[in-house]
Design a protein around this ligand. Structure first.
Ligand SMILES: [Zn+2]
Length: 485
């Protein structure tokens, strides 16, 4: 049988700043979704990477006394390391400076040109260097950047344009026929309303700096960083063996990138004659201890620092459990809440269940029987929630079952009865819990699977666990004192 394919991408991060927990949030979710599909036995391709071109990077490199290439080489490594520390395992880490990506971008432009969608003109507009973007007065009242709060620069340059205006009807039809193209629903309505107002062609080349992919139709122009960056999702699948993964099942992105991904990107693909991705999921932002995440917050929010303090699984668990990803709403990263959840949910509920049951099994042994307890685990519901991006609710369901197991221990008192069948039901249920938790806290699930000797695959939930000696295991989670912040 041919395996089902699943291709998930994250936004590629702009390398003018170092990785912080805001970047990490999206990658953790993507990794969990990729692992979930692996757990189901699907063939998965998970892509992340760095967005490395543009004036902002060229300026940052100059400031650091480096060439742009030296600069991006150093920063991209920091992103890679941050994801590794969080157990985030992409199949490819793409960099827009990669030779294969650059080649595909040039070919892509030639396809759009062949379709009559590229023309030369003059661009005059209000530009924010920080955003690498031109603004209209509507989006930047008073010509002040809404993000950087700095005055915009008036720029005029010779530029090539992409005929976005031609694609208005196509896009409106796309959102109507495939509402799942823009999720969650609230974001789709915003996009539709704006597209209905009409679309302007957009400038896709620059001549005022040279750190970019050379424009294939005229020397002296480099390709606008957004046009280059979006194509990464496609170019990553052009390597031999990866072609089958296109079109992507889902692009995860922050809501600030919605316009580029739901308007520019499908129009570009249509122009180049390439199939569209199935879904773009536009999530909310997270703040940190009540503050908007910014460079000035510095090391406090570096993913590596958080992992050193709390462990990868606790950071992952907190990010997925605490924020309403599926609704697209914003959330706040509060370290106190992380510690509370670590102590109450991971250490007290999950950790205690596993260590208590293991201790009882070591003393009393197991006897195979029908696991009636497992019937209370709502696997279908959890599965639907994850497929619907409601990962926080899925974790809530898994932990509701952990509560049921803990109550079962209390009411059956196996330390008195020495009932080997009750212990069997509990061990078999712990197996199911560990399998379902694998996408979220993979290291912990791996430890449990090793102690109780089973393989982490979704189909093994219904496969009764073997009765054999249980290995001694380490404590899964140590409690953290609140003063450790
Ligand atoms: Zn700006």
């Amino acid at each position: 049988m041919v395996k089902k394919k699943y291709y998930i991408t994250t936004a590629i991060d702009y390398v003018n700043a170092e990785p912080h927990i805001g970047h990490a949030y999206q990658k953790i979710i993507a990794d969990a979704l990729a692992r979930w599909h692996k757990l189901k036995g699907e063939e998965v391709f998970f892509l992340t990477g760095t967005d490395e071109h543009g004036k902002k990077v060229q300026k940052a490199a100059e400031k650091a006394g480096k060439t742009p290439k030296e600069f991006v080489d150093e920063v991209s490594v920091k992103f890679k390391e941050a994801w590794k520390s969080l157990d985030i395992q992409p199949n490819r880490f793409i960099r827009t400076s990669d030779a294969d990506h650059q080649k595909i971008v040039k070919e892509f432009i030639k396809k759009c040109d062949k379709n009559g969608d590229i023309y030369k003109g003059k661009y005059e507009g209000w530009y924010c260097v920080g955003c690498e973007a031109y603004y209209t007065e509507r989006d930047a009242p008073g010509f002040v950047c809404p993000i950087h709060k700095k005055p915009l620069e008036k720029l005029e340059e010779e530029s090539y344009f992409f005929k976005l205006s031609k694609y208005q009807d196509f896009l409106l039809k796309l959102y109507k026929e495939h509402p799942e193209f823009v999720l969650p629903n609230s974001r789709r309505n915003e996009v539709i309303n704006r597209v209905k107002e009409g679309l302007n062609d957009f400038s896709i080349t620059r001549t005022s700096f040279d750190w970019g992919i050379p424009f294939p139709l005229e020397k002296g122009h480099v390709i606008y960083v957004w046009f280059d960056a979006l194509i990464n999702y496609y170019s990553a699948t052009r390597k031999k063996g990866n072609e089958k993964f296109w079109p992507a099942n889902v692009h995860l992105l922050g809501k600030d990138n919605t316009w580029f991904h739901t308007v520019y990107w499908p129009a570009m693909l249509k122009s180049a004659g390439i199939e569209l991705p199935k879904t773009t999921f536009n999530h909310g932002f997270i703040s940190f201890n009540g503050q908007k995440i910014s460079k000035s917050l510095g090391n406090a929010i570096s993913p590596k620092t958080l992992v050193e303090k709390y462990g990868a699984d606790s950071v992952r668990y907190f990010c997925i459990r605490n924020f309403p990803f599926g609704s697209g709403d914003d959330g706040d990263f509060d370290e106190k809440v992380l510690i509370e959840r670590h102590n109450n949910e991971l250490a007290n509920k999950l950790g205690n269940l596993v260590s208590r049951v293991r201790g009882l099994v070591e003393k009393n042994g197991l006897e195979k029987c029908e696991n009636k307890l497992l019937k209370k685990l709502k696997v279908d519901k959890i599965s639907k929630l994850i497929d619907n991006f409601e990962l926080d609710k899925a974790l809530n369901e898994i932990f509701a079952f952990i509560d049921i197991c803990n109550e079962y221990v209390q009411s059956k008192k196996p330390w008195e009865t020495k009932d080997k069948k009750v212990l069997y039901e509990l061990v078999d249920s712990i197996k199911a819990i560990a399998i379902l938790l694998f996408p979220f806290i993979p290291e912990t699930s791996g430890k449990i699977a090793k102690q109780f000797d089973f393989e982490l695959l979704l189909k093994n939930i219904d496969k009764p666990i073997k009765v054999k000696d249980i290995k001694k295991g380490e404590i899964l989670f140590r409690k953290i004192e609140l003063k450790d912040i």
